[in-house]
Design a protein around this ligand. Structure first.
Ligand SMILES: [Zn+2]
Length: 129
């Protein structure tokens, strides 16, 4: 049996999470650019907790320009973010609290998250066709 390497698995999930978020959104959610490089942005950043690191509700596609610009336009960003979440029926403070739940990165956790992300990715890719 292959050894369960946490670092490798985390990297794998982050890549899959990012790809799925970008595939789902298709363009920068702030400026609608499709041509700039797209990043998957964590709505609740990991400073506040790791529990939603690989959850799709906690991901938003931003172009490299908007992503970098958040600190310079923080008030504008927060307003945009709250509207964006509102449109999707997501409450920021609920996410914020959920992010702080302690999670242990086990093989079961990894497999569960991976399966969920793969399923969502497949759905997002199907919509594109
Ligand atoms: Zn943008």
């Amino acid at each position: 049996m292959k050894k369960f390497k946490i670092k490798t698995r985390k990297r794998e999930l982050t890549k899959l999470w990012s790809k799925t978020v970008r595939e789902r959104d298709g363009c920068c959610q702030w400026c609608y650019s499709r041509t700039r490089q797209l990043h998957a942005h964590h709505v609740v950043t990991k400073i506040y907790g790791n529990a939603l690191r690989y959850n799709l509700e906690n991901g938003m596609t931003l172009c490299s320009y908007c992503h970098r610009d958040i600190p310079n336009r923080i008030d504008e960003y927060i307003e945009f973010r709250n509207c964006w979440l509102w449109d999707r029926g997501i409450d920021y403070w609920k996410l914020y609290r959920q992010a702080q739940i302690k999670v242990k990165f086990t093989q079961t956790f990894f497999e569960h998250k991976k399966a969920k992300l793969l399923e969502a990715l497949k759905k997002a890719e199907d919509i594109d066709l």
